[in-house]
Design a protein around this ligand. Sequence first.
Ligand code: CP
Length: 344
Amino acid sequence: MSWWTELALIEQAAMKASRYAAGSLLTVGDLPVAEVAAILAATDRIERMPSADRARMLTGRRIALLFYESSTRTRTSFELAAKSLGAITTLVSDKSSSIEKGESLKDTGLTLRALGAECIILRHANSGAPYLLAKATGLPVLNAGDGMHEHPSQALLDLRTILARLPGVDTGRIDSKTLAGVTVVITGDILHSRVARSNAMLLPKLGAKVLLCGPKELLPEDALALGCSGNTGAVEIEREFDKALKRAQVVMMLRIQRERLAGLELDLADYVARYQLSEERLAVGAPEAVVMHPGPMIRGLEIAGEVADGPNSAIEDQVRHGLAVRTALLVRALGAGGFESVTV
Ligand code: CP
């Protein structure tokens, strides 16, 4: 059994076995399109609020950021989002806490709950860790990236970026046809990418085609199963990047995760020649495409610096949308009533 199938089975079992606190975001797999629309609508409304009103939404509420892996974008944006809503935040990192002494995830979560945390944002190297924490604490848990499994808030911010950047998309109507006719090419280390998994599960729900691109070593055939149920054919594989680009309205580049390659032989010079998004390749294959990257990016490897800084690039937009979407996710996690009131 491949790890893709194994992960899907673990997830199904976890979702069946337990009920998690309302407002948790563990996977995009169980988000109905209406809920996605509600999150995006709440994001818009919170963004438009005067900052003084926004700062009253979660005044004094306690949010813990529990990070077992390094992060710049996700950690900082969740923290700034929480503070902009008036919440009190605390950061617990594996590098400077009793986790270093061997304390378990469960005991760390129970400790944070005893200290008054009402919501935990978790990044963890192990796939499935957010389910364990949500079950152990009964608190709303926001998955900020778990191993090679999922990065749900990244997929939501990527969706908002695509909606904002693509011409002709009716952003006032979020449903199963909003992205009909749009092809999003995701290129690179798909095998190890939680961002690719979450996007391949979320974007087809809105009608997009996801075209995965990469060499066999980094893109197994069974990635095709990522297309959401009832949406057969929504995820395809194209091994040749230049061919994939010809079909792209959006091209999302992924970093080679050297830290997860573990024994996998990859000829980097060959990889760059075949899969780097260079200025020339973009100009020939997809001159109008929106270029995205979840970061951190390695300039000169998967993407040329000129493309990252060029007019097609939405990379900084992604970061800004991340801050906005995460305000809505925190309101959703901490105040179902408040969330409803910003979505009506
Ligand atoms: N996209 C993303 O998760 O970036 P960080 O690892 O910096 O949070």
